[in-house]
Design a protein around this ligand. Structure first.
Ligand code: IMP
Ligand code: MG
Length: 188
């Protein structure tokens, strides 16, 4: 069988630089889980992951949260194949359950301009949760356009488009176990 050339090379070959390695991510995720466990001691959590970028982070993080918790998902409009936010946010998939009176923790992959998170916070606050907190794996603070409150940050990252550990470029690269920067020719 004749295979496509792309299938004969590794996805990792498209990565110019690894910003945060697998071990470093896992160490930090463990710390965050322990911190959340302490901060919410005695409470029951509702962990809301923002699809699709937060799925790897969510899966690892909740393994380190030693509290009764449930998980729900929310999907919002994304960049499409581009690398910059359109600024327009839309809910593509809403939560399955009401959040009124619950202790809610939003889990995000990355906060960039802050528009997505700002929209989510405004929307979810209207549903009257008991508390509403935010945990993001990555914070691209330099690019912030809207000031949003973030309670837990895994890592601060520079202004570069990153992929891996859930984050995609045109839906690819999510499964990489590290956070990396793509080679410029990938975007061209
Ligand atoms: P914001 O609304 O500009 O803060 O963008 C938030 C969303 O944009 C994130 O949840 C990601 O899905 C996406 N995003 C922002 N920066 C990156 C990046 O460097 N790589 C991959 N996705 C990104
Ligand atoms: Mg996202």
């Amino acid at each position: 069988m004749k295979s496509h050339p792309a299938l004969t090379t590794s996805l990792t070959d498209d990565v110019a630089e690894i910003l945060i390695g697998e071990q470093e991510i896992q160490r930090r995720v463990r710390e965050l889980g322990a911190q959340i466990t302490r901060d919410f001691a005695g409470e029951e959590l509702l962990v809301i992951a923002v699809l699709k970028g937060a799925i790897l982070f969510l899966a690892d993080l909740i393994r380190h949260i030693d509290l009764p918790l449930s998980v729900d998902f929310l999907a919002v409009s994304s960049y499409g194949a581009g690398t910059r936010s359109s600024g327009v946010v839309r809910i593509l998939k809403d939560l399955d359950e009401p959040i009124e009176g619950r202790h809610v923790l939003i889990v995000e992959d990355i906060v960039d301009s802050g528009r997505t998170l700002d929209y989510l916070l405004r929307t979810l606050r209207q549903r009257r949760p008991a508390t509403l907190h935010v945990c993001t794996l990555l914070d691209k603070r330099e690019r912030r356009e809207i000031d949003v409150p973030i309670d837990y940050v895994g890592f601060e990252v520079p202004d570069a488009f990153v992929v891996g550990y859930g984050l995609d470029y045109a839906e690819l690269y999510r499964q990489l176990p590290f956070i990396g920067v793509l080679k410029p020719e990938i975007y061209e």
